[in-house]
Design a protein around this ligand. Structure first.
Ligand code: HAS
Ligand code: CU
Length: 574
């Protein structure tokens, strides 16, 4: 039996009971983070617009950090490790090598989350000297308690071990099987290689600078250096969130649509492009940073524009696969085939709406990426508008929709209510249309992000034909719908688990692609080649800017002895 054809008769949890337990634990950890993160979200949205204010504005930043860290680090990555464990196990059709090791990385991640969470929550209690109001972009000069950085480090080590686990499964599979890497495993491996390269930046930043600084071992850091190291990691991390959603769009969505993936080779090309292009672009978050020469920013912009390619290819391939499904279901015409898609299935509708919103989110990303237009929107509410469409919808809504599809094979329970599920995904879509559209528009009139008091001292923003009050109302209504949507999602899941186990089975087989792996050049599976190219591009994009930042500002901030060493190194390389 080939790996892509796990028989529909056997549920994942029957075939791989131990792995199913880890997957469930990971997903539940993700959902706990989602619930708390969503609560923080509604509190801050209503506080910001001034509708409901029961926290102190000083605590807004603690709430915002909790919201950001729990949602974009814990929710996304716990879901990812669960999904990747499922994907590798089912597509290689073999259990993990050592289930205790699998539990060990999961528990390491939990320990890291708890440490960082305690540090953040400490911010609410004035009487204890623990806080981490540094937002999810935790670079200097903001400083957190050492527990926060230690927690992050432990969490990331957990993800590295998880990656090792999946690689090990593949190495063993390879020694026993010939042929191409099964598509889902290919996606997991390329995503993890990207992650290993990307986390070098955050590991250096945390271990050598932020943690020693917060422990008092060094008395200062070079803020531009820690920002740059953060963004070296901070851009590829967004694709780390996106890759599991793409894995689902490529391998699950076509089957839910009633068809088959249009092209396996294109899917492989997309993941290879992400591996090589995701990292050498981080400076597009720093167009406004003084201290980085324009030329380096220009290179980051050019690389970013190339990086649109894999997503544009995805839009094509995924929509083509959906169209294939719709035509199998009797759909006809240029566009009327859309009506033949299974819109009553919350798993389908959630993923399709997530994709639709991503088209808009990708568009605002293109705006962000233009060096000159970026000056208009940087640090405004436009940016949260952008990322609530991308990570907040393309990723989060896909994960929720996929959970509906995964539920029976992981828990032997049917979804309690498909109607509530459908209502929930549509509600997310509507809430996000309102909230993110208003955020984008607010950003265009200059309303800042990351602040509890956007209207500093009563400053009146000119919102043109509309009014700031109208934009605020949309943010508040949208935010409330999103919160209710999360409550419905979690409630529906919990009630499903309380139901009796179902008899029999459900078909969860994933049919092979229309154009299969045999059509894709073998070189695509040459992972070492792509890693070498990725590292080379990283070196080209980052060695000179980082050299210059250290030369200008010192390795540990101004006045350190590192100056002459770095200057002479720069002379050698330039
Ligand atoms: Fe971004 C800022 C540029 C994608 C997340 N981004 C952020 C921040 C976050 C974030 C969190 O260049 C804020 C960080 C902070 O706190 O400061 N972003 C881009 C570009 C892309 C992009 C060029 N971002 C993402 C993704 C994210 C994400 C993905 C999370 C998952 N972003 C930027 C820039 C900034 C930035 C600047 C800095 C702004 C500043 O000044 O601070 C591209 O990857 C986007 C490409 C996407 C497309 C869309 C393709 C369409 C598809 C839909 C297919 C349709 C389907 C369904 C499947 C070209 C694939 C059809 C349905 C039917 C019914 C037919
Ligand atoms: Cu970016």
């Amino acid at each position: 039996m080939t790996s892509e054809e796990l028989p529909g008769e056997e549920l994942f949890l029957d075939r791989f009971p131990d792995e199913a337990q880890v997957v469930r634990a990971s997903l539940w950890s993700a959902f706990v983070a989602l619930g708390i993160g969503a609560l923080a979200g509604i509190v801050q949205a209503l506080h910001r617009v001034g509708y409901v204010r029961f926290i102190d504005s000083a605590d807004y930043y603690t709430v915002l950090t909790l919201h950001g860290v729990l949602l974009v680090i814990s929710f996304t990555i716990f879901f990812l490790v669960g999904l990747f464990t499922w994907a590798v196990t089912r597509s290689l059709d073999r259990p993990v090598e050592n289930i205790r090791f699998t539990w060990a990385w999961y528990l390491t991640m939990v320990a890291g989350t708890v440490l960082a969470g305690v540090a953040i929550l400490g911010g609410f209690v004035d009487s204890i000297p623990i806080s981490a109001d540094v937002l999810f972009t935790f670079y200097a000069p903001l400083q957190a308690h050492p527990l926060f950085y230690a927690g992050l480090a432990v969490f990331i080590i957990g993800t590295w071990l998880a990656g090792f686990d999946w690689f090990r499964s593949w190495w063993i599979w390879r020694s026993e099987n010939d042929g191409r890497i099964p598509l889902q495993t290919f996606m997991v491996l390329t995503s993890m290689l990207m992650w290993y390269i990307a986390t070098i930046g955050v590991a250096i930043s945390v271990v050598f600078f932020l943690l020693p600084w917060s422990l008092g071992i060094i008395d200062q850091v070079n803020p531009l250096l820690t920002r740059t190291l953060f963004w070296y990691f901070g851009h590829p991390v967004v694709y780390f969130w996106l890759m599991p959603a793409y894995l689902l769009w490529y391998t699950v969505l076509p089957s839910i649509s009633g068809g088959r993936l249009f092209s396996d080779p294109l899917a492989r090309v997309v993941f290879v492009l992400f591996l090589i292009l995701s990292t050498p672009v981080g400076i597009h978050h720093q167009y406004l940073d003084p201290g980085i020469a324009e030329g380096f920013k220009f290179i980051a912009m050019t690389n970013t524009m190339f990086l649109l390619l894999p997503s544009l290819l995805t839009a094509f391939t995924v929509v083509a696969s959906m169209e294939h499904g719709a035509r199998q279901r009797g759909g006809e015409g240029y566009l009327s085939w859309l009506g033949a898609l299974p819109w009553r299935d919350p798993a389908f509708t959630g993923m399709a709406l997530a994709g639709l919103m991503f088209a808009a989110g990708g568009f605002s990303g293109m705006v962000n990426a233009g060096m000159n237009i970026n000056y208009l929107i940087h640090n405004t509410l436009w940016v949260p508008g952008h990322f609530h469409l991308t990570v907040g919808t393309a990723v989060a809504l896909t994960f929720m929709a996929a959970t509906y599809w995964l539920l029976p094979q992981l828990t032997r329970r049917r979804l309690y209510s498909r109607t509530i599920g459908l209502f929930q995904v549509v509600m997310w879509f509507v809430g996000m249309v309102l909230m993110s559209n208003a955020m984008h528009r607010a950003g265009l009139v200059g309303i800042p992000r990351r602040t509890a008091e956007p209207q500093y001292d009563g400053f009146a923003f000119d919102a043109g034909l509309s009014s700031v009050a109208e934009l605020d109302a949309q943010v508040a209504i949208g935010g409330t719908l999103l919160f209710v949507s999360v409550v419905l999602f979690l409630g529906n899941l919990i009630i499903s688990l309380l139901e009796d186990p179902m008899e029999g089975t459900v078909d969860r087989s994933l049919p092979p692609a229309l154009s299969g792996p045999e059509d894709s050049p073998e070189v695509l599976d040459n992972l070492s080649l792509w890693v070498a190219i990725a590292l080379l591009l990283v070196l080209l994009a980052y060695s000179l800017p980082i050299g210059a930042i250290v030369a200008d500002g010192g390795l540990f901030g101004p006045g350190t002895e590192s100056y002459p060493v770095v200057l002479s190194w720069l002379e050698v390389v330039t």
